[in-house]
Design a protein around this ligand. Structure first.
Ligand code: PMP
Length: 305
């Protein structure tokens, strides 16, 4: 399989991209028994440096996902940090990348297997999403976000993404950019791979952690940055679908997509149908912080070179 990256990481070694393989009989192939993280590395041209954004928090969630899935012990945080830094160096990237860190059940086991643990990392160049500029159209999905007592919503296990995939395919085939999923109580949960915020009467509001959302690192970052730079407090609470129509602004956020304005929901314009002022300010602040152009929060940026 051709790729823009020369190397991947698999089970303790940097290997050629095409050699990063797993057997079809492994539980990860048979049952999708794996967990992962999506992490961004931001290239700063001026500093000739790449910064991994909030690596510590991603490693915390990587460990939590494995604990919740009863995986055997995998590589330590130190080993994983060395592996991801080593992989970016080996590929000699001079661009912003998206990194995927995966832990999975390898070997010949069946559904209850807890090991052996395979660990893989890939990194590929990926610029910021262009949609940020024009804004996205959202569809309230007829698929429901799976409740935490059906599949653990707080972790990134591969199987959760079949729920996300079904909603995404429906939205795309119906001509929308993104799906918004409601939870089993009919409250707003999240978008596939993104958390949702609204601006209502000038205040930021986002579904609380007990609404079957992934406890997103970008969501936490937005809450922090909005408080510090814009003096805006965020209410974390249940959000009704009609609040999306009342809202002045809606946006969603995640590591991969960053912060994206949502300018219509079910074809109803949000506010005046254009990206809102708070969203645009947050995009600028976020970009400055992740790239290191704004030196605040140095512990959020792990240098690669
Ligand atoms: N929800 C889901 C289901 C996700 O997969 C992601 C992406 N990791 C997010 C929300 C956003 O989380 P984060 O900001 O930590 O990337």
């Amino acid at each position: 399989m051709d790729s823009t990256a020369q190397f991947a990481y698999l089970n303790g070694q940097i290997v050629r991209w095409n050699d990063a393989k797993v057997h079809v009989f492994a539980p990860v192939a048979k049952y999708g028994i794996g967990i992962f993280e999506g992490i961004r590395g931001y290239w700063n041209e001026e500093a000739q440096q790449m910064y991994l954004f909030r690596l510590a928090e991603h490693l915390d969630r990587f460990a939590f996902s494995q604990k919740a899935m009863r995986f055997d012990q995998g590589p330590s945080r130190e080993e994983l940090t060395k592996a991801v830094v080593g992989l970016c160096r080996a590929n000699a990237f001079r661009a912003t990348v998206h990194i995927r860190m995966m832990a999975f059940i390898d070997g010949p086991g069946e559904i209850g297997a807890t090991g052996p643990i395979g660990t893989a990392i890939t990194a590929l160049p990926r610029q910021s999403a262009q949609q940020s500029i024009k804004g996205a159209s959202a569809q309230i999905s007829s698929w429901m976000r799976m409740p935490d007592n059906v599949m653990p919503a707080r972790i990134k296990c591969n199987a959760n993404y079949h729920n996300a995939r079904l909603a995404t395919m429906q939205a795309q085939r119906d001509g929308y950019d993104v799906a918004f999923l409601l939870n089993s109580r009919g409250k707003l949960a999240e978008a596939p791979a993104m958390c949702i915020f609204i601006v209502r009467e000038g205040q930021l509001v986002t579904p609380s952690g007990t609404n079957d959302i992934l406890e997103s690192i970008t969501r936490q970052t937005v809450i922090e940055l909005a408080g510090r730079y814009l003096g805006l407090k965020t209410a974390e609470r249940d959000v009704d679908r009609t609040e999306l129509i009342l809202a002045e602004e809606v946006f969603h956020c995640g590591t991969g997509a960053e912060i994206v304005p949502v300018t219509s929901v079910d074809r109803i314009p949000v506010g005046n149908g254009r990206p809102g002022a708070v969203t645009q300010q947050l995009i600028e602040i976020y970009r400055a912080v992740v790239s290191g152009k704004d030196g605040a929060y140095p512990s959020w940026r792990t240098p690669v070179f």
